[in-house]
Design a protein around this ligand. Structure first.
Ligand code: AN7
Length: 404
């Protein structure tokens, strides 16, 4: 079975308690499985459909036949030889999370999170979001038939994500402030009005996201890569992926653990600064800024978990500029045929920077996670890339174009 435990003071709590932080010390909570009770084999896993529920023994739900699912997970792991050559590493893979039902890795969290919401008797769910969380929660709440409230930093949401939240019928509220302020506000309203909170402070949600690690290992033939590179905002995903690798390792499903590498945008990089200064907590950035709006976060709530993941895996953290992000987005789009939103490209941008700086061994086997689909943010493409060419409808005019 499984229960909740505080990562700071170690206090344990029953899985049926509706809590998001340790009631005693306010520390972050994590879900702990009794792994000695779990005996799933590689063959059993391989006999199942390739989606998140392939790893059902490690998913903390009461009855997996009754989960709220849109068939999330099962995303492609592309071998990216052309990009590997460009960056100068031996073996590179792209784990394309944009291939999830609503176009981001958040769906992995929401299938578990919304299932838990129902199990705990919730009739409404809520979140603050830089976009993808709201798009995903809106869709899963619709599937579950419950109400959904999303708070967004007004004017700072990529248009595709905003459209999704509206499309799926959530109550969409723009807050005239940044994400960090919206998160504070939603936590208050959720507590006051019995709305189940599904930001990544919610430990159940991260359980779904740890399946990224299971899949990467599975797709590499039950082996961990040397390194996993992850874009970082609120610090939930990198923590979840690390937890997934640790559980597979403890169960004997993989022999090695990867090194975790977190990448933030330069204008929103509190984790990177804390990591480089060797600090055990982050100092919030009051005015986070980057074109990668998904990771425009100054006060990451899961920073203690991410710092632990970096420490335990002997990992590193680095920041990249908006220009480097666009360059990496172009590389993925034009050398691999994979369209990702800017935040996602941060992983590849960070890898390139770290390889050039000599901080990553070129002989490693590396997986970069790309977290969200390019269509989430079409505006950035219109602003940063070539414009379409308009001509009169004649062969002569067309020939002029193709002849450059
Ligand atoms: C594409 O949707 O925080 O470090 O509210 O959308 O776990 O926060 C999004 C985060 C990376 C960072 N890539 O993950 C939200 C939100 C994409 C994202 C991240 C996000 P975390």
């Amino acid at each position: 079975m499984f229960h909740l435990r505080c990562i700071a003071c170690g206090e344990v709590y029953d899985r049926r308690e509706v809590i998001y932080q340790c009631p005693r010390c306010s520390g972050l909570l994590e879900v702990v499985f009794d792994l000695s009770e779990i005996s799933v084999t590689k063959a059993e896993i391989e006999s199942r459909a390739f989606n998140l529920w392939r790893y059902r023994e490690l998913m903390p739900v009461e009855d997996y036949t009754r989960v709220v699912s849109l068939n999330e997970g099962g995303t492609p792991l592309y071998r990216a030889d052309t990009i590997a050559e460009e960056i100068g590493v031996k073996e590179l893979y792209i784990k394309n999370e944009g291939a999830n039902p609503t176009g981001s890795f958040k769906d992995r969290g929401m299938t578990v999170g919304v299932t838990k919401a129902l199990e705990l008797g919730a009739t409404a769910v809520g979140c603050a979001s830089t976009g993808n969380t709201s798009a995903s929660l809106a869709a899963y709440a619709a599937k579950a038939g419950i109400k959904c409230l999303v708070l967004l930093p007004a004017g700072k949401i990529a248009i595709g994500k905003l459209a999704q939240a509206l499309l799926h019928g959530a109550i969409v509220v723009g807050i005239k402030a940044n994400f960090d302020v919206a998160l504070k506000l939603v936590r208050e309203i959720c507590a006051k009005h019995n709305i189940y909170l599904l930001n990544s402070i919610n430990p159940w949600r991260l359980e779904g996201q740890k399946s990224e690690a299971f899949e990467i290992a599975d797709q590499l033939g039950f082996e961990a890569p040397d390194r996993v590179v992850v874009p970082v905002g609120n610090c939930g995903n990198i923590s979840a992926i690390w937890k997934g690798f640790k559980e597979f390792h403890e169960l004997g499903l993989i022999d090695e653990l990867p090194v975790m590498t977190g990448i933030q945008a330069e204008g929103a990089s509190p984790l990177v600064r804390a990591f480089k200064a060797g600090e055990s907590s982050v100092t919030p950035e009051p005015k986070p800024e980057t074109i990668a709006t998904a990771i425009r976060i100054g006060a990451p709530v899961n920073a203690p978990k991410a710092l632990l993941a970096l420490k335990e895996s002997r990992g590193i953290a680095e920041s990249v500029t908006d220009e480097e992000i666009i360059e990496a987005q172009k590389l993925l789009a034009r050398k691999l045929g994979v369209g990702v939103e800017p935040a996602s490209a941060a992983s590849v941008a960070g890898l390139k920077k770290l390889v050039e700086a000599g901080e990553i061994d070129r002989s490693e086997r590396i997986v970069c996670v790309t977290t969200g689909h390019a269509l989430k943010d079409p505006e950035i493409i219109f602003h940063r890339y070539e414009k379409p060419i308009e001509i009169e409808p004649s062969i002569e005019a067309l020939e002029k174009v193709i002849n450059g």
